[in-house]
Design a binder for this molecule. Sequence first.
Ligand code: FE2
Length: 309
Amino acid sequence: MSIVTIDADVAREKFLKAPFALKHGLADHPLFTLERLVKLAQSMPRDRIEYNSGKLLPGQRAEDIPSIYMAPPEVIKRIEEANAWMVIKGVESDPDYAAILAGFVDAAQAAAGKRAHDYSDLQGFIFVSSANSTTPFHVDAEENILIQIRGDKFVHIFDNHDRSLVSEEAMEISPSKHRNQHYQPSYEERAQVFAMKEGDAVHLPYLWPHWVKTGGRHSVSMAMTWKTPEVNRLNKIRLMNGTLRHFGLPQKPPGASPTIDGIKVFAHDAMRVVIDPLRKSEGMRRLLRGAVYGRQANYYYGKEEKKAG
Ligand SMILES: [Fe+2]
C-alpha cells in the first residue's frame, strides 16, 4: 500500500482549504509500536512531552485538567489502563521519524498536485491515548494530516470561517495561553465528524477548530504537520498580536492593514535573530517563556516539576 492515498478531485478542491478523509499505509510501521514509542519518550527532552488524564470534556478548562503522576515511558507502557492522554512533540528530532514525516508530506503534496518542497517546518506529533480519552476543543497553527495507527478516533471538526465559534483574539498565538478554546455543546450541530480507524487519515487545515475522542481501545496516531509560506506569515502576525496583547496593546487581526502586517513580520524576524540561538536548550526555553509570558507559559510541566522549578 502506498504511504498516502488521496482522491485527486477531492484534493484539488479541498487541500489546505477544508477537511477531508484520506488513507495512509503506515499502520503497521515498526516506529509506532509501544516499545519503540517508549524509547522515543526516553530520548526526548521533558518539555516536548505533554500528558494528563484523558477523562476530559470537549470544553474542559485548562486549569481543571487532572494530572497523571507517572513518568512518560510508564504512561506509554501502561496506556491500556492509565486513562491517560499524551502527545510527544517535535518527533522529527529523531532521524527515523523525520524520514517518515518527510516522505509522507512529500507524497501528500504530490498527490494533491502541489509542488514538492513548497513548505517548511515539518513537525511530527505522536499521540498515545487510553480508551475513551478526549482532546478538548482547540485550534492548531499549522497544516496537518492526522493519521490513525491503532484504535479508533472520532475527530469533530468545525468551520474556521465561523467566528462565533473561535474569535480572532482567541486565534492569536501566545505561549501564555493554553491551547484549549471555549466550547459549548450547542456547537456540535455544526461539527463534521470523521470516524477514523487504523489506516484512515484526515486533513486538518490551518486553524480549523476541532476536538477528538478515542474509541474503546487505546489509540496511537500521528499529526504530520507542515507550514506553507502563507501560514508562516500569518503566524508571525498572530504571535506579535498575542505578545502585544499580553502587554496591554491589543491589535487588529491579520489582513486589516497590509502595512502594519508587514511591520509586524519585520519586527518578528528581527527578534528571532536574537532569540533563536538561545532557544536551543530546554533550560533557556523555559526561562524565556517564563520571562516574557509568565509562569503559566510552562503549563505542560507536571505540577510537581513546576513546584521544583
Ligand atoms: Fe489538534
